[in-house]
Write a protein that binds this ligand. Structure first.
Ligand SMILES: Nc1nc2c(c(=O)[nH]1)N[C@H]1C(S)=C(S)[C@@H](COP(=O)(O)OP(=O)(O)OC[C@H]3O[C@@H](n4cnc5c(=O)[nH]c(N)nc54)[C@H](O)[C@@H]3O)O[C@H]1N2
Ligand SMILES: Nc1nc2c(c(=O)[nH]1)N[C@H]1C(S)=C(S)[C@@H](COP(=O)(O)OP(=O)(O)OC[C@H]3O[C@@H](n4cnc5c(=O)[nH]c(N)nc54)[C@H](O)[C@@H]3O)O[C@H]1N2
Ligand code: SF4
Ligand SMILES: [Mo]
Length: 727
């Protein structure tokens, strides 16, 4: 072991051998497992079943879990390597505090808790309860999501609570609520297999929802046709029947154009529209306003391809429409979603076998996390924080008065702006890395520098936590019991396989202790384990649109997942919504929504002529704080790159491997060129999983959808040149 500086030597005496960062023998722990634990992958919303191999209270590997029906043993590269986080040398083993001139030093839990609570209460006493914000994340289980929501509102007593799903699921959620009154994929993935036409809009299925590929292939084995809408020819698009290379930001025009073709070709299911929907006339009018030639000009998709796509969709007997962040990460993300839903409703293909619709939820618990209470505008069960009846119900469950519940707060992006303006001065974050994941990272960095106190809860020291005053060493997915809800709406059981290492603690324990120290133990002291929290969540969600009341830990294990809504104990759960063609809206009908195309926050001009879009690669996950630490995944994609079409590259004398300087109105970035024919010539693509001077979000724009408040990650304008400095 390298010699530690003197100050750290004393700390080693104080804290024991964890400090040499090799307390568990690294990978030496491999060998035959003592037990196999059936649980789920911690990464994306596919929620794959996996068995973890455990020996000596450490995870030493994995085995496929073939009986789990969703993925039937299949895993993507991230799932295969996820177990390596557990013994990782970067794992936080103690609470830390930032000390002048020394960086972070380990501290005892007593000091960590006391400092956090003292500082937050000091800030609130001086500036009011809402001067402290809580930012959360949906890699957290349903139990932890529920607990964080209750903690922010009842213990910290702030209205400023939001979560990283604001960067992810909210456009789909808002669109789904408007159209259907409920925010969930309308079908389990089983219906994909029976669809004759599958339309995927703005989703890189093979890399980002890898197991969904298997469902699509099974449909194609039966002869199903696949249409993909993406400015890039993604791996799955390379095999599709029709690829529509839409210009980023033009989806609502494209789907309106397709609706126009359906109308003019007599392919609208008039009977379904009349009986089961409202809002058709206005929607039809809006779709007919723009001639197809104009649609083709705006979208960059050939007129005949729009007609072909619409005809394929219109004539199908069964169909499934899937979309993801490619259409949702826009200042018109909700509009884009609504135009997709309009296509589904116009053909009346919903609520029966092989007829479906869904957004592909991104994060591990992106679905459950957005239902149970850490959104700024929402209470558990997908209840509305501004609805007096909903407030009264939750107040009763929580044992408080409705007036004790804070009102609606601000979405995550606005919280960061309020921090920048000095209106919010204290921050507690858990499971969120906004310095890497919010748009315009230079702005986020400035904001973080203005906080009077910041406490972060994580198991790794992510880049945002570098700016924290106190870091609380929390727990991995496999260190606590709980549930998560997958993209399909299936509530799955995650299992505690090992204990947190060193002095790290379970997230739940940390939050409960903080709640007590905030003087609000009476609202939390009845929680003795995760199941207690889940049981309160069940009651809190009862009667809401996301009703979990009938779901129990025992049932989930026996039935290998239960689909919500499940309002009663004897209820079988609901894999397919709307089978009775009753929708969860006020009038019981599905709602068409008229949409008129409008431009994005930034459109190309002479100064910044190229469209930048951002997204993912298969081997990295989100801000990369977890996957950039796993060698096998880093090897697959060690650094960001820029995809450029040969025509654009040639104009700048750029060949593959060249360093490219990319500049926007916010910042600059140098990345290596990948010259590919699989992208539109007016568009470049950079994956966003890296931090610091490798971060795509140095370039992106702080512009938000007016309804969902999602950032416009999928379109910013840049200029490119061959860099004179190396990458
Ligand atoms: N490997 C991997 N898998 C993941 C994740 C990860 O980080 N890594 N993250 C998970 C999470 S949280 C999420 S949200 C999902 C995201 O899953 P996806 O949404 O599938 O992934 P993205 O790469 O963000 O974007 C999808 C596609 O949108 C396209 N696109 C860009 N702009 C537009 C546009 O204007 N219109 C259309 N139609 N398409 C456009 C891009 O070219 C890209 O291929 O993935 C989940 N799964
Ligand atoms: N340019 C660009 N930016 C984007 C996107 C894009 O497509 N383009 N996509 C956006 C999307 S869709 C998303 S979802 C966001 C994601 O952005 P973030 O949520 O900021 O990304 P994560 O990497 O999930 O960061 C989560 C942190 O939580 C920690 N964590 C994970 N699980 C747990 C847990 O159980 N307990 C605790 N205590 N901590 C945990 C991880 O270690 C990590 O440090 O990024 C968004 N940003
Ligand atoms: S990252 Fe997603 S697709 Fe890959 S194994 Fe995990 S849950 Fe499955
Ligand atoms: Mo996401």
């Amino acid at each position: 072991m390298a010699k530690l500086p003197a100050s750290l030597e004393t700390l080693t005496e104080q804290f024991g051998p964890h400090l040499n960062r090799e307390p568990y023998g690294g990978w030496q722990g491999r060998g035959e497992p003592e037990k196999l634990v059936k649980t789920h992958c911690c990464f994306c919303g596919q929620g794959c079943g996996i068995q973890l191999k455990v020996r000596g209270n450490r995870i030493i590997g994995f085995e496929p879990w073939e009986e789990f029906p969703f993925n039937r043993g299949k895993l993507c590269p991230k799932g295969v390597k996820r177990y390596m986080q557990d013994n990782h040398p970067d794992r936080l083993l103690h609470p830390l505090k930032r000390a002048d001139g020394v960086g972070f030093v380990p501290i005892q839990w007593e000091e960590a808790y006391a400092t956090t609570v003292r500082e937050m209460r000091r800030i609130q006493a001086a500036h009011g309860p809402d001067s402290v914000a809580v930012l959360s994340g949906v890699s957290l289980s349903n139990e932890k999501s529920y607990l964080v929501g209750k903690f922010a509102r009842m213990a910290v007593g702030t209205k400023e609570l939001d979560y990283n799903g604001r960067l992810c699921m909210v456009s789909a959620g808002a669109g789904n609520k408007k159209a259907f009154g409920v925010d969930r994929a309308a079908n389990s993935w089983a219906d994909i297999v029976d669809a004759d036409v599958i339309l995927c809009a703005g989703t890189n299925v093979a890399e980002c929802s890898p197991i969904t590929t298997d469902y699509i292939w099974r449909a194609r084995d039966r002869g199903a046709k696949l249409i993909m809408v993406d400015p890039r020819v993604t791996p799955l698009a390379r095999t599709c029947d029709l690829h529509l290379p839409v210009r980023p930001g033009a989806d609502s025009a494209l789907f309106n154009g397709m609706l126009r073709v359906l109308i003019e070709g007599g392919m609208v299911n008039r009977e379904f529209v009349a009986e089961h929907t409202s809002g058709w006339d206005e929607t039809e009018k809006a779709a007919l306003e723009m001639p197809l030639a104009e649609v083709a000009r705006i979208t960059g998709v050939r007129e005949e391809d729009i007609v072909r796509a619409a005809t394929m969709w219109g004539q199908a007997k069964t169909s499934f429409l899937l979309h993801a962040r490619g259409i949702e990460h826009h200042t018109k993300g909700v509009d884009n979603v609504l135009t997709c839903i309009n296509l589904v409703l116009a053909t009346g293909r919903i609520g029966r076998k092989g007829c479906g619709y869904g957004t592909i939820t991104g994060q591990g618990n992106g679905q459950g996390g957005r239902e149970h209470g850490h959104k700024c505008d929402q209470l558990p069960g997908n209840r509305d924080i501004e609805n007096p009846e909903h407030r009264a119900y939750i107040a009763k469950v929580w044992g408080c008065e409705p007036e004790d519940l804070p009102v609606k707060g601000h979405p995550a992006g606005e919280i960061m702006e309020m921090i920048h303006r000095g209106e919010i001065k204290g921050l507690i974050s858990i499971c969120f890395n906004p310095l890497v994941s919010l748009p315009d990272s230079n702005f986020t960095r400035e904001a973080l520098g203005k906080l009077e106190h910041y406490t972060a809860i994580d198991f790794f020291l992510n880049e945002t936590a570098h700016h924290a005053d106190v870091v609380l060493a929390g727990s991995l997915h496999e260190e606590e019991e709980g549930t998560v809800t997958s993209a399909e709406g299936r509530v799955n059981r995650i299992r505690a396989a090992v204990d947190p290492p060193g002095d790290a603690k379970c997230d739940t324990e940390i939050i409960l202790e903080l709640a007590r120290r905030f003087g609000r133990g009476k609202y939390f002291d009845h929680f003795h384990d995760s199941e207690d929290i889940f049981n309160e969540l069940r009651v809190a969600s009862h009667g809401g649109t996301a009703d979990y009341y009938g779901i129990t830990y025992e049932r989930i294990e026996k039935e290998l997942g239960v689909f919500w809504p499940c309002p009663e104990i004897g209820h079988p759960g609901t894999p397919r919504l709307f089978e009775d063609l009753k929708f969860s809206t006020n009038d019981g009908k599905a709602h068409f929504n008229p949409v008129r195309y409008r431009p994005s926050a930034e459109e190309p001009d002479n100064e910044y002529p190229v469209i930048l879009t951002t997204g993912r690669v298969v081997s990295q996950y989100l801000s990369g704080s977890q996957t950039r630490r796993i060698g096998g995944l880093v090897d697959l994609c060690p650094e960001p790159f820029i995809e450029i079409h040969p025509t654009l590259a040639e104009g700048h004398g750029i060949v593959t491997g060249d360093p490219v300087l990319v500049e926007s109105r916010r910042g600059r970035l140098i990345v290596k060129a990948k010259v590919v024919t699989t992208i539109r010539p007016d568009t470049v693509f950079i994956p966003y999983h890296w931090a610091g001077d490798q971060s795509a979000n140095l370039l992106t724009v702080r512009a938000y959808d007016p309804v969902s408040k999602i950032p416009e990650f999928k379109k910013a304008c840049v200029r490119i040149s061959k860099a004179t400095e190396p990458r």
